[in-house]
Design a binder for this molecule. Structure first.
Ligand code: ADP
Ligand code: MG
Length: 705
């Protein structure tokens, strides 16, 4: 642990609370489970949204979807049938309109409260119901018959719910912690010059504003999360995450790795390949070689569009490890993809006498024992697999290079878990660790990459192998579907293969599987005697593999699939892809899917089937797909349309689960975060340390990484 230079008052904030009033051991436990143990944790437990109870909205002016406070009198009550209890209460007000309150769960005492004529004040979000607007489970209170009842004086913060702890208790505890907010002198960590330049409040001011907004606060800004107080908190939080990634990198680079320099085996592989490397592949491999030659671990991300040929670059890197008598591991997120890597690597490496082992969840019993033995005694020189590689009981003799494919599907933690395999367990300060190479086909825009991958060096394979003809992309309305059957027939008659991708966003795996099944049956019938196969997420791994294999070997003409084929699947003979409901998919996903075709030399096409009417956003996405194939251009457009939160996905760990920051909303802060982060690390490392521990805390594994 780095030494702490915190002043005494800061220590107090970060000490577990001795005891808060009204918090017994059981409540304390529940709070702790959500990371709430210190005063500071409570300060940073920020409202998820605000409720405006400072005014009363006439029922007549209510709008669906817009939360509001209403006051009126009960006009009718209906308890529903005996077997399907449901409480409905009609409330009317002076605007001579009626609103229905609907309760699916209720107690007898509640029913008794709603006498006809009783005066209620309630808050909730109305939506269209059977009889005009209704609110399901509003918060409400029954008022005395007559007399003024004061309105709220400020916005009510709404905190994220914590199971087993009522909202009132939580509010009280946060209030207790806020009453103990120290003054700026001991709390403030951001340089004054910066705050003044950006006109941002101090931390103390910002916290008080977001927790207890004043009567005249900018309500709209607060609700939108764009209030300067929120921006200030977001800035500090983003900075903390950035710093923690940078620190992680620094501490990782303090570890040692054995240099890997011997090239003959890699050279031999390069010469044996059935194709010439592209310029971009050569350049990236050179960057990797330079890293591997150093006595500190490589931490490199290779970004490369779908089909850019990342696998072979990884295989070349693995050859350096093997040449040195050591091991390399390649981990992929799905069995389908891992198996494809296995086949490629076996095809390329076994002729050179390199032994490739396979470890996935489905390798069990005696076979598993045998593989584990080969991994442990070094007989397995390259090990390919899924998450199974990281499991307990997997011990390498001498792992020199850990390669993770489709990094965006894994988290930092999993990457480090694989690294730890090479160090023989938890990593101490002078540990020897493997070099790390991670690959992704999801290009992300530069500013974002610097934040998401602040702990990595980034290389880009920005050139596709020659001879690929761009995929011709068209968007067609659903009613044109029948034409496609003919189109598939034509392609297959020319010896080509096709994909039909079924998507139904929002629905369960099961529903999608069902839809795929139906499509499969229909198309099988319409296309007879063409051979049609089906893969979806609900099938057994073995069935999936078998179907994929058959498709790959050309035993099937058409593959009906769900998006399970999205990542990495490589069948160069497939030249036609049809994507159903394309309007509902995001750009990144469409791009990934389309990358399954256009991998051979035949002219390929992709048909985006959509259902009208198209939203403006959907239209822009489909247009983008028609106009460009460049993954980086698509990523920029995606960022513009959707914002980075979704772009990165929740699995992009380290970035998910912010308290205040929202990458979509606060993307413009990122360049500043980077600049400030670098400066702080240089000039005031102890301040950086305090910012990280305030926001990222001990929960992160960065401390030990
Ligand atoms: P991705 O970057 O999407 O993982 P792959 O590594 O699966 O791409 O490569 C896609 C296809 O291109 C594979 O069939 C691979 O063998 C082939 N390939 C890779 N590099 C070249 C090259 N330089 N020339 C021709 N084909 C290549
Ligand atoms: Mg790949």
């Amino acid at each position: 642990m780095p030494s702490r230079q915190d002043g005494p008052s800061v220590d107090l904030h970060t000490q577990p609370l001795p005891r808060m009033p009204g918090v017994g051991p059981r409540v304390a436990e529940k709070l702790a489970a959500r990371g709430l143990t210190t005063l500071q944790d409570f300060w940073l437990q920020l409202p998820r949204q605000y409720e405006d109870r400072t005014q009363i909205t006439p029922i007549r002016l209510l709008q669906p979807g817009v939360a509001a406070q209403v006051e009126g009198r009960v006009e009718a009550v209906d308890r529903g049938f005996r077997y399907r209890p449901m409480l409905r209460v009609a409330v009317g007000d002076d605007s001579r309109s009626v609103l229905v309150l609907r309760f699916f769960h209720f107690r007898a005492a509640q029913v008794a409260q709603f006498r006809i004529g009783a005066r209620v004040r309630l808050y909730g979000t109305p939506k269209p119901g059977q009889h005009g607007l209704e609110i399901v489970h509003p918060s409400y209170r029954v008022l005395d018959d007559e007399g003024e009842v004061a309105l709220g004086e400020q916005l009510d913060p709404v905190y994220p719910a914590i199971e087993g702890i009522g909202p009132a208790t939580l509010r009280r505890l946060i209030g207790y912690a806020l009453d103990r907010l120290p003054d700026d002198a001991s709390l403030e960590l951001l340089p004054r010059e910066l705050r003044e330049r950006l006109q941002l409040p101090t931390l103390r001011e910002a916290l008080l504003t977001v927790h207890r907004p004043a009567v005249d606060a900018d309500v709209a800004a607060l609700i939108a999360g764009r209030h300067p107080a929120q921006r200030r908190l977001a800035l500090e939080e983003l900075l903390a995450h950035h710093l923690s990634l940078r620190r992680q990198r620094i501490s990782q680079q303090a570890h040692k790795s054995r240099p890997l320099k011997q090239m003959p085996l890699a050279e031999k592989l390069r010469k044996a390949l059935p194709f010439k490397l592209t310029g971009a592949q050569r350049r990236v491999f050179d960057e990797i070689r330079a890293d591997l030659a150093k006595p500190s671990p490589m931490l490199r991300l290779v970004q490369g569009d779908v089909g850019s040929g990342k696998t072979v670059v990884a295989a070349l890197a693995a050859m350096l490890a093997v040449q040195h008598g050591r091991q390399a591991a390649l981990m992929a997120p799905t069995e389908l993809l891992a198996e494809q890597h296995l086949n490629n690597l076996r095809r390329w490496l076994e002729p050179l006498g390199v032994r490739v082992a396979w470890l996935a969840g489905k390798v069990t019993g005696r076979a598993r024992k045998a593989v584990l033995e080969q991994v442990a005694n070094g007989e397995a020189q390259v090990v390919v697999g899924t998450h199974a590689l990281m499991q307990e009981g997997v011990a390498f003799r001498d792992l020199a290079l850990a390669i993770v494919d489709e990094q965006h599907r894994f988290g930092v933690h999993q990457r480090l878990a694989l690294r730890d395999k090479g160090a023989g367990g938890a990593v101490g300060d002078d540990a020897i660790v493997p070099h790390q190479l991670v690959m992704t086909a999801t290009p992300i825009p530069r500013t974002l990459a610097m934040t998401a991958y602040a702990d990595l060096d980034v290389s880009a394979i920005d050139e596709l192998p020659p001879g690929r003809t761009p995929v011709q992309t068209v968007a067609l309305g659903e009613e044109r579907r029948p034409e496609l059957v003919q189109r598939i027939r034509t392609a297959c008659a020319e010896g080509r293969q096709a994909y039909w991708v079924c998507t139904l966003i929002d629905d369960s795996d099961e529903v999608i599987a069902q839809a795929a099944q139906t499509t499969f049956e229909e198309l099988s019938q319409q296309l007879a005697p063409l051979r049609v196969g089906l893969v979806h997420g609900r099938m057994k791994a073995k069935e999936k593999q078998e179907t994929m294999r058959a498709f790959k070997e050309g035993e099937l003409d058409l593959l009906v699939a769900t998006t399970v084929i999205e990542v990495g699947v490589d069948v160069p003979n497939a030249s036609l892809m049809i994507i159903e409901n394309a309007e509902r998919l995001g750009l990144a996903q469409l791009h990934q899917l389309r990358g399954r075709v256009g991998r051979g030399s035949a002219a390929s096409s992709c048909v985006l089937l959509y259902r009208s009417p198209l939203s403006g956003l959907a239209r822009q996405r489909l247009d983008t797909m028609r106009k460009t194939h460049d993954g980086f251009v698509i990523a920029e457009k995606d960022l513009e349309l959707r914002g980075p939160g979704e772009l990165l996905g929740t699995r992009q760990t380290g970035l998910a689960g912010f308290r205040v920051a929202d990458l979509a909303r606060d993307a413009d802060l990122l360049p500043l975060v980077q600049e400030l982060g670098e400066r702080l690390l240089k000039t005031s490392p102890e301040l950086a340390e305090r910012i990280v521990s305030r926001w990222v805390g001990g929960a992160a594994r960065y401390a030990s990484a």
